[in-house]
Ligand binder design. Structure first.
Ligand code: C5P
Ligand code: MG
Length: 190
């Protein structure tokens, strides 16, 4: 199995690149943000709970996110591998993910971080907000809060996998194709 973490700040292109990687490598894309948005769209109890955090640009509590992720993984056991997008976002989520994969005699192959400067992120997300219909993409203060949360709570995940020799940094600027080629170069080494 190839199990990838597509990492990086909000708006760094994780979702866009994940779609292309799925096509090329046949992995299952799991975006926890998309899963939350699906639940919110259906007004489920999980969606209602997540909404209060997401609208403020904060993280949903680990146990909620981990439970949802575990369900998704366990519902799709027979795959060539997973691309985790937007997860793990904290150290406890990283530990939970490692434990889950270990139970299946598996592990993370690589964490690929898309590096994009803050101002570019804000520009990209505001642009995406014109069509995404996401409340958290339409307000600059919320976007800045998400970047802040990324730096404080999420960026340590890079170091966590670096200690295991699994973290790689990728230049997230350029065309979609250029960035995709950089990712593929890393993946093809696995
Ligand atoms: O990954 P994405 O940027 O689509 O996530 C949107 C929002 O969902 C985040 O800003 C956060 O509020 C919530 N989220 C979370 N924990 C995750 C993934 C997403 O709290 N692991
Ligand atoms: Mg996304």
């Amino acid at each position: 199995m190839i199990n990838l973490i597509l990492f990086g700040p909000p708006g760094s292109g994780k979702g866009t690149q994940a779609e292309k990687l799925v096509e090329k490598y046949g992995l299952l894309h799991i975006s926890t943000g998309d899963l939350f948005r699906y639940e919110m769209g259906n007004d489920t109890p999980l969606g209602l709970k997540a909404k209060s955090y997401i609208e403020k640009g904060e993280l949903v509590p680990d146990e909620v996110t981990v439970g949802m992720l575990r369900n998704k993984v366990e519902a799709n056991p027979d795959v060539k591998g997973y691309i985790f997008d937007g997860f793990p976002r904290t150290i406890p989520q990283s530990e939970a993910l490692d434990k889950l994969l270990c139970e299946k005699d598996n592990e993370i192959s690589k964490l690929l971080m898309l590096q994009v400067p803050d101002q570019e992120i804000v520009t990209r997300i505001l642009k995406r907000g014109e069509t995404s219909g996401r409340a958290d993409d339409n307000d600059e203060a919320t976007i800045r809060k998400r970047i802040d949360v990324y730096k404080k709570e999420t960026s340590p995940v890079y170091g966590y996998y670096q200690e295991k020799g699994k973290s790689e940094e990728i230049n997230g600027l350029g065309t979609i194709e250029e960035i995709f080629d950089r990712l593929c170069t890393e993946i093809d080494q696995l």
